[in-house]
Design a binder for this molecule. Structure first.
Ligand SMILES: Nc1nc2c(c(=O)[nH]1)N[C@H]1C(S)=C(S)[C@@H](COP(=O)(O)OP(=O)(O)OC[C@H]3O[C@@H](n4cnc5c(=O)[nH]c(N)nc54)[C@H](O)[C@@H]3O)O[C@H]1N2
Ligand SMILES: Nc1nc2c(c(=O)[nH]1)N[C@H]1C(S)=C(S)[C@@H](COP(=O)(O)OP(=O)(O)OC[C@H]3O[C@@H](n4cnc5c(=O)[nH]c(N)nc54)[C@H](O)[C@@H]3O)O[C@H]1N2
Ligand code: SF4
Ligand SMILES: [Mo]
Length: 702
C-alpha cells in the first residue's frame, strides 16, 4: 500500500504506511515511509519523494521500531530513595513526579533567586529545545545551558558577527567546488545535508575538496584531500587566503562593494605563505597552493563545515578565516555558495520563547561574567559547572535536563559529576537510565521519535522545517518533553502563558504560514522563498553594513582585528607525543543508542584509529585494548590499526558508555568515555569553547 500523509495515527490492526521525517538519530532530515500495525512500528524505508534524501535512509534512522519496543526504555517516573547516584528508586505517578520537579526548582528560586535554576538541553531534537527556553524565560531564569559552545555557536555567531547571517552550504544548487571542511557528511548528515545531495552535485560536475586529518571514504573520492594536523585549520585557511590574494584570484567586485578591511587582511596574510602553512599543518606546500587556487577559481564554491573547526578554544579565529575565504571569493549569498537560508514564515523563535519576559537576560545570565559574544544566548557547560561548584559569579542550585547526557557530552566528565552531585536538586528527562539520569533526584520517562507530534529544524537556520506526526503511542507512561514542559510551566509560572496541550503549542507556531497542523503534515515540509544577493539591496546586517574582514570592535570580543593562528591549547606536551582527535560514529548519535541491539551489532566496541607504524612501534595489534592517556585522564578503547590516520595522529570515538554495566556504575561511564580525556582549563573567550580536538596524548597496550 502506498504511504499516506498521516492524519493521526493508527492503533488498529491494519497495516498502514505513513509519511514522516526521521528525528532524534542525528539532526534528522530524511523523509521516511513508516509502516504501523497494532500500535507498533513494523517497517521503515526512505521516502523516494523526500526533499532532502530522495529515498535514502541509514541504519540509525531505521532503528526506531526497536527503540519504541526496547526493554531498556524508562517507562515510569522515578523518585530517588537512596543517596544520589546509588541507583535506589521508587516508581512515582506523573503528578507526583511533576510536583517534585516543580518543588525542587521553585525552592531554588525562593531561596536564591530564579537564576539559581538552570535549564539544560543537549543537541536540539525538535520543538522541545524552544519549549525549554520558554519555560526558563517564564520561570525567570536566564540560564539555559546547552552544548552550543562546541556545536554551532562558533559557526553561526562568528558568521553573524562577520556578515550578519549564518552562511550555510547551498547544496541544493550547482557549485563548481564543494569543500567539506572538518565535516564528514557521509557519516553525520551535518546541518541537514544528506550526503546524497553532495553526491548529486558531484555528478553534475562539482569537484570535491575534503579537509580532514583522516582519509575517510569521502576523502578517498575527493579531487583534493588535505590531510592536515588536527587543530591547524586556521593556519591552512590563512595559507589559502595568502595564495588567493597574492595571485589575484579574489572577487574584486564583491571585495570592493561588499567587504570592509580587505587591504588590512591582504597585508596581514602576506606573512602566512604556503611554506609557513605547510610547516604548521603538515600538508604539502604544492598541495596547499593547488587547493587554494581551486577554491579561488571556482565560481561558485560552497563550504560545508563541521564540528572540527569549532571544537577548540581558537574557534572564533579559525571560523573568521573560513568566512573570509567565502567572502573574498564572492561565495557569500550566491546560489551554490554559502547562503542566508530563507526560513518559512512561522512564529519567530523569539516570540515563541517569550524573550520579552526576560529583557535583561544578556546581562543576568552567567555568560555576562565571562564577556562572551553578546550573541551567545545559551550558557556554556563550563560556566554552569563553575556556578554550581564555586558559586562563580553566583550560585546555581537546581537543574532540569532534557535530551542531554552531560556525563558523556561535556568536556571533563569528572568535574561534571562533581557539579551534578553538588546540585541541591536535579531532574532529568530521558528515554533510558543514563549516567546523568543516574545522579538525579527525579527521572522522567520521555517519549521519543514517532511517539508524538513534533516539528523538525524549526529555528535552526537551515531554511526548512519538517513535519513529524505522531504514528504510535509511547510505551508505558512515557510522555513527550513538550507535554512535560507545558505541565511544568503551568505549575511554575502563570498558567495563562501555557497551552491546552502540545498540539496547540505546535499550531501557534505554524499559524503564520497559513497552515494548520493537519495541512502542514499533509504538505510534509515548508521552506522559505530563497533570495540571493540581498546585500545589493540592503547591505549586510553588520555594524558597517559590509562583511567585516577586519573587525574594529574585535577587542570587545577578546580578539584582534584580524584572525591569528595560535596552536590549540592542550595540543603540545613533551610527555604526550601523539595528537588525539575524534570523529562521530556513523552508527550512533553522541552517547545515545549503544543499547539498541541492531546498532550495537554493527559497532560493538569503542575504537581508536592508529596508524600501522605507530601501532607496530608500540606493540599494539588490531583489535587489542589500548590505554589512551592525556594530562586530564585515561581511558581504554579497542585498536583499529589503519592507514586512515597519519602516524602522529590517533582518532578515538566519543560518547561510549555501557548501559549493560549499570548507568550508575563508574565503569559504565568512565572506562571508554572520551571526555575523561578533555579539560575545560582553557576556554575560548567568545563562546566558552574547550579543546575537544587536537589534544596531546600517549597510548600503550592496556
Ligand atoms: N569529546 C567530544 N564531546 C562532544 C562532542 C565531540 O565531538 N567530542 N560533540 C559535541 C556535540 S556536537 C554535541 S551536539 C553534544 C551532544 O550532547 P548531548 O545532546 O548531551 O548528547 P547525547 O549523548 O546524544 O544525549 C542525548 C540524550 O537524549 C536522550 N533522548 C533521545 N531522545 C529523547 C527525547 O525525545 N527526549 C528526551 N528527554 N531525551 C531524549 C538520549 O537517550 C540521550 O541520553 O556533545 C558534544 N560533546
Ligand atoms: N552518525 C552521527 N551523526 C551525527 C551525529 C552523531 O553523533 N552521529 N551528531 C550530530 C551533531 S550534533 C553534529 S554537530 C554533527 C557533526 O558532524 P561533523 O562535524 O561532520 O562530525 P565529526 O565526525 O565530529 O567531524 C567531522 C570530521 O572532522 C574530522 N576532524 C577531526 N579533527 C579535525 C581537525 O582538527 N580538523 C579538521 N579539518 N577535521 C578534523 C574527523 O576526522 C571527521 O571526519 O553531526 C550530527 N550527525
Ligand atoms: S541519515 Fe540521519 S535523518 Fe537520514 S535516516 Fe539516517 S539518522 Fe535519519
Ligand atoms: Mo552537535
Amino acid at each position: 500500500m502506498p504511504a499516506q500523509k498521516s492524519k493521526g495515527f493508527a492503533m488498529d490492526n491494519h497495516e498502514k504506511w505513513h509519511k514522516t521525517h526521521c528525528s532524534r538519530m542525528d539532526h534528522g532530515g530524511c523523509a521516511l515511509n513508516v509502516k504501523t500495525k497494532g500500535g507498533k512500528i513494523t517497517g521503515i524505508t526512505g521516502d523516494p519523494e523526500g526533499f532532502l534524501n530522495q529515498g535514502y535512509s541509514c541504519p540509525k534512522g531505521r532503528a526506531a521500531a526497536e527503540i519504541h519496543e526496547s526493554p531498556h526504555r524508562l517507562k515510569t517516573p522515578l523518585i530517588r530513595t537512596g543517596p544520589r547516584g546509588s541507583n535506589q528508586w521508587r516508581k512515582a505517578t506523573w503528578p507526583e513526579a511533576l510536583d517534585a520537579v516543580a518543588r525542587g526548582l521553585d525552592q531554588a528560586r525562593q531561596e536564591y533567586g530564579a537564576k539559581s535554576a538552570a535549564f539544560c538541553q543537549g543537541m536540539p531534537k525538535g520543538l522541545e529545545h524552544f519549549a525549554l527556553i520558554r519555560l526558563a524565560n517564564t520561570f525567570g531564569s536566564p540560564n539555559v545551558v546547552a552544548v552550543q559552545d562546541v556545536c554551532h555557536a562558533p559557526r553561526e555567531l562568528t558568521g553573524r558577527h562577520m556578515c550578519g547571517f549564518y552562511p550555510v552550504a547551498d547544496v541544493q544548487r550547482r557549485s563548481d567546488l564543494i569543500v567539506l571542511w572538518g565535516s564528514n557528511t557521509r557519516a553525520t548528515n551535518e546541518e541537514g545535508i544528506i550526503n546524497s545531495q553532495i553526491t548529486a552535485r558531484i555528478r553534475q560536475g562539482a569537484d570535491l575538496m575534503v579537509i580532514d586529518p583522516r582519509k575517510t571514504p569521502l576523502a578517498g573520492q575527493a579531487d583534493f584531500h588535505l590531510q592536515l594536523r588536527p587543530g591547524t585549520d586556521c593556519a591552512l585557511a590563512l595559507g589559502f587566503l595568502h595564495v588567493i590574494i597574492e595571485e589575484g584570484l579574489f572577487d574584486r567586485h564583491f571585495v570592493q562593494n561588499g567587504c570592509t578591511g580587505f587591504d588590512a587582511l591582504a597585508a596581514h596574510v602576506k606573512t602566512f605563505d604556503p611554506q609557513w602553512a605547510a610547516s604548521v599543518t603538515g600538508v604539502d606546500k604544492a598541495q596547499i597552493i593547488s587547493a587554494a587556487r581551486a577554491y579561488g577559481r571556482a565560481r561558485p564554491a560552497c563550504t560545508a563545515w563541521g564540528n572540527a573547526v569549532e571544537q577548540t578554544p581558537q574557534a572564533f579565529d579559525t571560523i573568521r578565516c573560513i568566512v573570509s575565504l567565502m567572502a573574498v571569493c564572492g561565495n557569500l549569498d550566491v546560489p551554490g555558495g554559502n547562503i542566508r537560508a530563507a526560513e518559512p514564515r512561522l512564529l519567530a523563535p523569539g516570540k515563541f520563547v517569550r524573550a520579552d519576559l526576560l529583557p535583561d537576560k544578556r546581562t543576568q545570565c552567567l555568560n555576562a561574567a565571562y564577556q562572551t559574544s553578546p550573541m551567545l544566548m545559551t550558557v556554556p557547560p563550563a560556566f554552569f559547572r563553575q556556578a554550581v561548584l564555586y558559586h562563580t559569579p553566583y550560585p546555581v542550585r537546581a537543574a532540569y535536563m532534557q535530551c542531554t547526557n552531560p556525563m558523556l557530552s561535556y568536556a571533563d566528565s569528572e568535574t561534571t559529576r562533581k557539579a551534578l552531585l553538588k546540585l541541591d536538586f536535579l531532574a532529568v528527562a530521558d528515554v533510558v537510565m543514563t549516567p546523568t539520569a543516574a545522579l538525579a533526584d527525579v527521572v522522567l520517562p520521555a517519549a521519543t521519535a514517532f511517539e508524538f507530534d513534533d516539528i523538525g529544524h524549526y529555528g535552526l537556520g537551515h531554511g526548512i522545517v519538517l513535519a513529524r506526526p505522531k504514528l504510535v503511542d509511547p510505551p508505558g507512561q512515557c510522555r513527550p518533553d513538550l507535554a512535560v514542559i507545558n505541565d511544568l510551566g503551568r505549575r511554575l509560572t502563570d498558567p495563562n502563558l501555557w497551552f491546552d496541550d502540545s498540539k496547540q503549542m505546535l499550531e501557534s507556531l505554524i499559524a503564520p504560514s497559513g497552515h494548520d497542523w493537519e495541512s502542514f503534515v499533509e504538505k510534509g515540509f515548508l521552506t522559505g522563498e530563497q533570495e540571493f544577493r540581498l546585500y545589493e539591496k540592503k547591505g549586510f546586517s553588520t555594524r558597517s553594513g559590509r562583511v567585516e574582514l577586519a573587525m574594529d570592535n574585535a577587542e570587545t570580543l577578546g580578539a584582534e582585528a584580524l584572525p591569528q593562528y595560535r596552536p590549540p591549547a592542550d595540543s603540545t606536551d613533551v610527555d604526550y607525543p601523539l595528537l588525539l582527535t575524534s570523529a562521530k560514529s556513523p552508527n550512533y548519535l553522541h552517547s545515545s543508542y549503544r543499547w539498541v541491539k541492531s546498532l550495537r551489532r554493527r559497532e560493538p566496541v569503542p575504537q581508536i584509529q592508529i596508524h600501522p607504524d605507530t601501532a607496530q612501534a608500540l606493540s599494539i595489534t588490531d583489535g587489542s585494548q589500548v590505554r589512551i592517556e592525556t594530562r586530564n585522564g585515561a581511558i581504554v578503547q579497542t585498536a583499529s590499526v589503519t592507514p586512515e590516520v597519519s602516524p602522529e595522529v590517533v582518532c578515538a570515538v566519543h560518547g561510549w558508555w555501557f548501559l549493560e554495566a549499570g548507568a550508575h556504575r563508574r565503569h559504565s561511564w568512565q572506562a571508554s568515555n572520551f571526555n575523561m580525556l578533555t579539560s575545560a582549563r582553557t576556554l575560548g573567550r567568545q563562546f566558552g569553547t574547550p579543546a575537544m580536538r587536537a589534544i596531546a596524548c600517549r597510548i600503550g597496550a592496556a
